[in-house]
Ligand binder design. Structure first.
Ligand SMILES: Cc1cc2nc3c(=O)[nH]c(=O)nc-3n(C[C@H](O)[C@H](O)[C@H](O)COP(=O)(O)OP(=O)(O)OC[C@H]3O[C@@H](n4cnc5c(N)ncnc54)[C@H](O)[C@@H]3O)c2cc1C
Length: 439
């Protein structure tokens, strides 16, 4: 499915409960009361669909890109929160016990204590949950602990919200809408079971072993994996995977890394990992032979199927990982299109795979510009940062119009380069990017 079709499908699913309520045979209430109910219905539909936008479903993130999926997930969580928070305050004059003649609850709200309590619990849990997600990096928890909390918190919100919707909701008494809610809830729970149970079970049948670990530049390591008893991963260069080294496949100790090898390389999978936190700082101590599990491939940072006449690869730091895979794939496939690599770092010691890149420059004809922001006095390459001026000097106007630009690097670099490229007339569909941080 194309992103546009996915977006239309998404809107249809989250609007379905509203549409069913709208078309149901209920006598209308005042504008404010219908608005209050509408806000609640829409908020809960968005919450249930959030489970599918977790980034672990290739049919979604593989089409839109992982960072777009995660931004969408975050934006919609905030939207659902705003709708849920105002939902109880919009009701006007619907108080008191149900009258015998008010079968459809046109005149009153429910007074069912349990249904109101589950609504209140959801109403309290949801803002706490969203705030804990936004402030994740400031919390004194490991990422894995946060992930547990996120999964269980989401399940609790869905469960309490479901009880409230089915038992307090006026329109959800309708059997068709009730069935739709149960189906949406079932899909949400199934998505968690898939990620935490089914997928690890599948991974257990496809183990990997660490073949080698070696430093490739300052605080940066290459880890190479060999498939054990299976053919490996079918992927396109530039995609990424969740990597779990030395833990059970059911463990939450898995981190996303771009694949730096190219598919042609006989089942072997390579990653370039920069030291940052718990796992990445311990990569250098991983022993060859350690068992590993891989969940992937994910992401749409790939040149497969792209027919632009030239390819520009713009990397910052460890952002070289997916772009190296792409360069290797283009070289293996003897792709004759011109390629340019712009590779930015702070200092020279951070340049990874320099020998291989030089060989690609000679054998594949790749034009390479190393850019250092803090060069030593002896540096003869480009000094400064990757900005519009540099891009303007490296690419001709024809290249701006027609080439494919693939970017990966720190958020500030990506934003500046994307803006510059758009300003130089590169069509947005000719810019592919992968972010290592979603927030
Ligand atoms: C699509 C993608 C591709 C990436 N590719 C590379 C790469 O090729 N090379 C590289 O060095 N780094 C890459 N990263 C970044 C890498 O995932 C983090 O540096 C790594 O997970 C940090 O783990 P840690 O345990 O060392 O640090 P921690 O201290 O546990 O985490 C530091 C930060 O990393 C992020 N992070 C940690 N664990 C996860 C997780 N399981 N899922 C999502 N985010 C997490 C969080 O923002 C966290 O705050 C990529 C990230 C993404 C999203």
């Amino acid at each position: 499915m194309k992103p546009f079709v996915l977006a239309v499908f998404y809107v249809m699913v989250v609007m379905l409960p509203l549409a069913l309520a709208w078309t149901g045979a209920y006598p209308p209430r005042s504008f404010w009361n219908e608005l209050a109910t509408g806000a609640g219905l829409l908020a809960f539909a968005i919450i249930l669909v959030e489970f599918i936008l977790s980034g672990r479903f290739r049919s979604v993130s593989g089409r839109t890109g992982m960072d777009v999926t995660m931004r969408f997930h975050q934006l919609l969580a905030r939207t659902a929160l705003a709708l849920a928070l105002i939902h109880p305050f919009l009701y006007r004059g619907l108080f008191g016990y149900q009258r015998p003649w008010d079968v459809t609850r046109q005149l009153t709200l429910t007074t069912d204590f349990t249904a109101l309590t589950t609504g209140l619990v959801t109403w309290i849990l949801l803002p706490a949950f969203v705030v804990l997600s936004i402030a994740r990096d400031q919390l004194p928890y490991k990422y894995e602990t946060w992930r547990w909390m996120h999964g269980l918190g989401a399940l609790a919100i869905a469960g309490f919200g479901m009880h409230h919707t089915l038992h307090a909701g006026r329109y959800s008494q309708d059997p068709v809408l009730g069935f739709v809610w149960i189906a949406m809830f079932a899909v949400a729970v199934a998505s968690l079971l898939y990620v935490y149970l089914a997928e690890p079970l599948l991974q257990r049948r496809r183990p990997w072993r660490v073949a080698s670990v070696r430093p490739v530049s300052l605080k940066t390591w290459e880890i190479s994996l060999q498939p054990q008893g299976h053919a490996g991963l079918a992927y396109h260069a530039g995609q990424f995977a969740w990597l779990n080294v030395g833990h059970s496949p059911f463990s939450l100790h898995e981190n996303p890394f771009s694949i730096s090898s190219a598919p042609a390389e006989d089942g072997r999978l390579e990653f370039v990992i920069k030291e940052l936190g718990d796992f990445t700082s311990s990569v250098g101590q991983i022993k060859p032979g350690t068992k590993a599990y891989v969940d992937g491939p994910f992401g749409n940072l790939t040149v497969t199927g792209r027919s632009e006449p030239g390819i520009a690869l713009i990397a910052g730091g460890v952002g070289i990982a997916p772009l190296l895979g792409i360069l290797r794939q283009l070289h293996n496939q003897k792709d004759v299109r011109p390629t340019t690599l712009v590779y930015g770092n702070r200092i020279e010691e951070q340049i990874a795979y320099r020998d291989e890149l030089e060989a690609l420059a000679t054998d594949h004809g790749t034009r390479i510009a190393y850019v250092l922001s803090e060069p030593s006095a002896t540096w003869s390459g480009v000094s400064g940062i990757i900005d519009e001026k540099l891009i303007r000097s490296l690419f001709s106007s024809g290249e701006h119009k027609d080439w494919l630009y693939v970017l990966c690097g720190p958020p500030a670099m990506m934003e500046a380069v994307e803006k510059s490229l758009i300003g130089l007339g590169v069509p947005s569909h000719n810019i592919l990017s992968e972010r290592f941080i979603y927030d």
